[in-house]
Design a protein around this ligand. Structure first.
Ligand code: SF4
Length: 353
């Protein structure tokens, strides 16, 4: 499929032939009213419309299944709001903060854990005053060693605005690392040009880019070239992948993806268990199923290619490595999980947990 520009509504997807015949058009239209939709030309070109199970289509095209919300799902599945001292800052762990300057993305992933916050009707972009307050929070907390720009996708900002943010972070002595979480090198690779790459370099600091990609087909020649432009300029890259039913819940697919990251100088970092975001149960495996898939990677592929499989505990208690002593099966499909502060939680949680 080809598209000349980003498709931003169900009707635009229909016109481009990207809503399959026979799908419930009225229900898909309701999904488009409820959650943001965007498919870039690079993603449209990757979708194989002849395959009803296409793993790229599944990630980006709205599906009637999104109208099914379960009781244990939450608008704020990983508890961002419980750790937000000022607008745009999430301070969950001692030595690092999230800085969420923008809540729009070049694409809208159907499984997004922040789907209630991102999009045209989401939390928007920080005002200049809010950004000042967020930077001031970082500057006045000397324990903050790393700032993680996320959102939304920070690389939708112009190089000028990114440069300004990076320079303001560079001026804070105790901040040593800036990390940017993004889908842009895959979904809009042409955006990674010399101007943007230069904007990400902060004098005297280390810049990491964490690339979100879930299927080996996403790493096209254009995406690989975009990553090379970043890495050749001295930006370190790591990966993050969400383990998704019908997309990559297969050890062979994950092995191919992790090897592709390493071949492109991107260090595999996190494999996320899918979060309890509303209307995403069709993407979620059980923790037992996820463990079985990830255990099949061990020993079969190089140690360089092993991501850490993690669960972000609902409620804002932080990330826990799933294949660790902190996670114990209770025997009834539930797990008892110890967070990094030593407090135990049951997973999946009861709706009222
Ligand atoms: S790019 Fe990230 S924040 Fe944006 S829709 Fe996808 S998962 Fe959500």
């Amino acid at each position: 499929m080809s598209a000349a520009r980003t498709l931003r509504s169900v009707s635009e997807l229909e016109e481009a032939g990207l809503v399959p015949e026979g799908s419930s058009q009225a229900e898909v239209a309701r999904v488009g009213e409820r959650y943001a939709v965007a498919v870039t030309p690079a993603v449209a070109a990757l979708i194989d419309n002849s395959d009803p199970s296409d793993p790229i289509a599944r990630q980006f095209l709205p599906d009637a299944a999104e109208l099914t919300a379960l009781a244990e799902e939450r608008a704020d599945p990983i508890g961002d709001l419980a750790h937000s001292p000022v607008e745009g800052i999430i301070h969950r762990y001692p030595d690092r903060v999230l800085l969420k300057a923008v809540h729009v993305c070049p694409v809208y992933c159907r499984f997004c854990f922040r789907r209630e916050m991102v999009g045209p009707t989401g939390l928007g972009t920080l005002t200049p005053e809010q950004l000042d307050a967020a930077i001031d929070y970082i500057a006045t907390h000397p324990e903050i060693w790393e700032v993680i720009l996320t959102g939304g996708d920070p690389l939708v900002l112009s190089p000028r605005r990114l440069r300004e943010i990076m320079q303001r972070l560079a001026a804070i002595e105790h901040v040593k690392v800036a990390r940017i979480h993004t889908r842009v090198p895959v979904v809009e690779p042409e955006r990674i040009d010399a101007d943007l790459v230069a904007a990400l370099k902060a004098s005297g600091k280390t810049t990491y880019v964490a690339l979100h990609a879930n299927h080996p087909r996403e790493l096209t020649a254009q995406a690989r070239a975009a990553c090379a432009r970043l890495i050749d300029a001295g930006v370190a890259m790591i990966s993050q992948t969400v383990l998704l039913k019908g997309v990559n819940d297969d050890a062979e697919i994950l092995a191919t993806l992790m090897r592709a990251f390493v071949e492109n100088r991107i260090q595999p970092y996190y494999l996320h268990h899918p979060d309890l975001a509303p209307g995403t149960s069709h993407f979620r495996l059980s923790l037992s199923e996820g463990r079985a898939i990830v255990e099949r990677l061990r020993g079969h592929i190089s140690g360089l290619c092993q991501p850490t499989y993690i669960l972000d505990l609902p409620g804002g208690y932080g990330k826990v490595p799933v294949l660790s002593a902190a996670v114990r099966e209770e025997g009834d499909g539930r797990f008892r999980i110890r967070d990094f502060r030593g407090v135990e939680h049951l997973y999946p949680p009861q709706p009222e947990d």
